[in-house]
Write a new protein. Sequence first.
Lengths: 390, 241
Amino acid sequence: MRMRDAGPALLAPGLLFAGLGFAALLAPFMTLAANRIVAGEGVAVWRVADPVVTLPGIVALAAGLGLGLLTAWPRVRIAGAAMGLAGLVWLLSQGATVLLDGAGQYARVSPGAGFWCLLVILALLLADALSQLSPGPLARALLLAAVVGTLALLLQSGALSQLSVMREYASRQDAFGDASLRHLGLAFGSLAVAAAIGLPLGVLCHRRETLRRALLPVLSFLQTIPSLAMFGIMIPLLGWVADTVPGAQSVGIAGIGFAPAFLALVLYSLLPVVANMLAGLQSAPPAVIEAARGMGMTDRQRLFRVELPLGLSVILAGVRIVLVQNIGLAVIAGLIGGGGFGTFVFQGLNQTATDLILLGALPTVALALSAAIVMDILVELTRPIPERTP
Amino acid sequence: MLLRAALVALLGALVLRPGWFVWAFAPFAPEGGPVIYERTTLLSLSLSHLGLVVLASGAATLVAVTLAILVTRPAGAAFRPLSRTITNVGQTFPPVAVLALAVPALGFGAGPTLVALFLYGLLPIFENAITGLSTLPPATMEAARGIGLNRWQRLLRVELPLAMPVILTGIRLSVVIALGTATIGSTVAAKTLGEVIIAGLLTNNTAYVLQGGLIVGLFAVLIYDALVQLETRLSRRLGTV
């Protein structure tokens, strides 16, 4: 509880949040546009609806930012941030209905710069307060479940269905479902294949110095190749395979689409998998290995009963890197017809339809964040000697 | 070494004398279609691509190292947990998503690409600079204080030089990501080598895709390699390796 003793100096982040937060309140909270393509006009937070409606929301926001100053009580700060977020959602859902009223059939309302800034500030405030409490893995898992559950309820409830992003979603529900499955298939499928190849390679590298010296530099160079170039280079390569290897086309290998994207992701995943497998196996203390040898364990027994269990958290840390990286890179698949959320992002960029971009980008970000949190929890749970970072 | 020289030569030829490679790319071009990208010279695309990366990474280095210095001073210590949260969370944001989200805020063109590259580039440099500046050997710091160096002198003559290899690693990570993200920047109308790849994808011209992909890939690999060399040389001079 070092933080509590430090006293007033720790007020600084709270002041920063409050200052930025109140400044963001002055920025346009929502935008109203005549249709989905044109740029919208900003509407200030106190003008999105009747004062009777906006006042409680604004008060909740201000109170949330104010409570954030109470550095000594992280729980109060968390409650404040939650209250602020609730106020934010309230203003957004009320504002959407009021602004659209009588604005015409094609009119669209979207969250504006002020909303996004306040969202980021309150989320950071929440994260900052949470890190003060340093919750254990179980608490973090429950918290994530609660956040995801709340978000799902909110989206289900229809409170936000007037927003432009949700309108884009409503007109593409089936495509969105397909894209989600494709995206997950790309990210997790390539991880599975990379693990199937990379984990044994890691074991081999652990045993053979020469292989390690030859393989790791090659893999790290692969990692540096820009994603678009890598995806592009895969196209002629797989096109050639599809044309020359009999039966390749029948299993879905083609120059463009899913196959080149998948292969590119697998190649990107190999370095973190192999390098972390190696580091995990090497993390077993020499004395433990000596003891295992002394007990008469064979190489295989030592691997499965000693080295792997002790290195599991490091290996999972590699999986975390791969998963977060692949969820992001799978967006590029949208450019080569590989599907996934990238389809919406690049369609949106082509049509300059901001909300279509958001429809692709927001789920990607949410997926990457959740994957990172879940994997962090797993890494911590599998750590041989649990350590607490302050 | 020989391989390195060969790759540099190949890259130079690909950029400056694309005509030499017609025979290599022709089999990939569509029947009767153009083989070599000629809408803009590859040299100008390369220069503006690298320019974006240098500008963004340079600004990111400056800002990130300054912030890291502030946060590692006693007065800035209050922001340490917060800055750790921001870097951890920020790095889980996919670079493509950052780029895509910059467009609604800033419009199309080189602007959003530059901002996305800059913002994303901050994180690895900041993280590494903090690590470098907060894991200095205590004995050395004590000695620096002992010989009467003041805080500025300690920072400039002891702390920063000692942390430099770690900071450079961060810069390398950041540059590699920036090179890749800049490539995608051509989808938001920034002038980069990604343009060649995208043009190839749009017109089903694999020759373009391959040409752009090779040039970008070679740039990335060579720049990465050069920065690794620089790091090893620096570490060796500092006697830490």
